[in-house]
Design a binder for this molecule. Structure first.
Ligand code: BGC
Length: 392
């Protein structure tokens, strides 16, 4: 057993704190009365999420543990709010989102907090071949298909079932041919707030025809609180020695390259923005960071491993991302324009959030050397990702 494996195992086993340094567990909300108080974040009004969309009722489910709370809606199985205490104990909403179902339906930004699928990330030219047959998808991102097409899993109604005060289960049947994908696909996503201040997301799916599948969560995070300025001063550590460079349309070239001596080397904690303006063709293509990193693993290891650690420069909030997936897309909010009103009345400003989307690599259905994303009848797709919070 090598050291890295033991490290991953230790992180995964406890899902606690401290995989990335000497973090404290999240402070208990409201303990420090001497500190300058930032306004405490509150959960959205559940009444603003009661509506009927596509003939189905929408709802907001509230999850709580001692220090952390979350709001999840069945419209797109989305994380609407994720409130964690900062280093002074002030409840801070680290997930960007809207305050009503109407805004999720009508505002231009459509991925806030969503589960994206059937194929999260891009498929080149909206086309792939499976078992000799060509499947055609909508091209909703330049020449490519992005995040499942025109009406992906983030835009449909899921059936929600709250199991207890910290668990909600959401199910969806994606019909054969929906958005061009083959097979009736039954999907279940379970969100759990654990006692170690983690939001755990477990995905499960089965199909009745061979298909491709790549599910992820598209939460936009700002660890200083949603709407509280740039994320370029957050520090990021990625447990990734390699990444998948892209072409000008953000489709991987097929090469897997070392991050060493490039602005993609986040193996030690580094401010996100410190190298973002370097003269680098990959940064040009992405308009900043918008790339898939290969999570360091030993061959055959598919367990929960630490993929990323991020720290908010003002809040001291630390987020560890643990996953069973082989890749993680680090998107630095390069396409954000400030045109969407957030829950607290602020705006989604340029680079005011980042996403860490755990995933299989983009365009895998067209890249035979990448880990396969095919799901066959009789198989069950299972994957888990954990966003775990503490303070420093
Ligand atoms: C993609 C970005 C895209 C964003 C949309 C990310 O997953 O990598 O290119 O603009 O999603 O919110």
């Amino acid at each position: 057993m090598n050291k890295r494996f033991l490290f991953s195992l230790a992180c995964a086993a406890s899902l606690l704190a401290s995989c990335g340094g000497n973090e404290k567990p999240a402070a208990t909300a409201g303990t420090d009365s001497t500190a300058t108080k930032a306004p405490a974040a509150t959960l959205p009004d559940t009444a603003a999420f009661k509506d009927v969309v596509d003939g189905q009722s929408t709802a907001l489910y509230i999850l709580r543990n001692k220090n952390v709370s979350a709001a999840i809606t069945n419209y797109g199985a989305r994380v609407v709010s994720l409130i964690v205490p900062d280093s002074k104990g002030v409840p801070t909403d680290v997930a960007l989102g809207y305050d009503s179902i109407g805004k999720y339906l009508h505002q231009p930004e459509t991925y806030f907090g969503a589960i994206v699928g059937r194929y999260g990330n891009r498929i080149a030219k909206g086309e792939f071949k499976l078992n000799g047959k060509t499947y055609t998808l909508a091209k909703n991102n330049g020449p490519n298909s992005l995040h499942g097409g025109k009406k992906g899993f983030g835009d449909v109604l899921w059936t929600g079932r709250q199991l207890d005060d910290h668990t909600v289960e959401l199910s969806y049947l994606s019909k054969d041919g929906e958005e061009g994908y083959p097979g009736n696909l039954k999907v279940k996503v379970t969100y759990t707030l654990t006692d170690s201040n983690a939001l755990k997301i477990s995905y499960e799916a089965t199909t009745d025809k061979a298909t491709v599948l790549n599910l992820t969560n598209h939460t936009y995070f700002n660890l200083n609180g949603q709407g509280n300025g740039t994320i370029n001063n957050h520090t990021l550590r990625l447990n990734a020695g390699q990444y998948t460079p892209v072409d000008s349309t953000l489709i991987p070239t097929g090469k897997i390259e070392a991050v060493a001596n490039t602005p993609f080397d986040f193996r030690t904690p580094t401010a996100i923005g410190s190298r973002i303006d370097q003269d680098n063709i990959q940064l040009k293509y992405g308009k900043g960071y918008d790339h898939n990193f290969v999570v360091n693993r030993t061959a055959g290891d598919h367990g929960l491993t630490l993929a990323a650690t991020v720290q908010g420069d003002q809040s001291g909030i630390v987020m560890n991302v643990l996953t069973e997936e082989p890749g993680i897309q680090f998107y630095g909010g390069n396409f954000m324009t400030g045109s969407n009103p957030l829950k607290n009345g602020k705006k989604d400003d340029y680079r005011g959030a980042f996403c860490l989307e755990t995933q299989h690599y983009p365009d895998s259905p067209n890249q035979p050397s990448f880990p396969s994303t095919e799901l066959k009848p009789g198989q069950t797709y299972h994957t888990t990702t954990v966003y775990q919070f503490s303070t420093k």
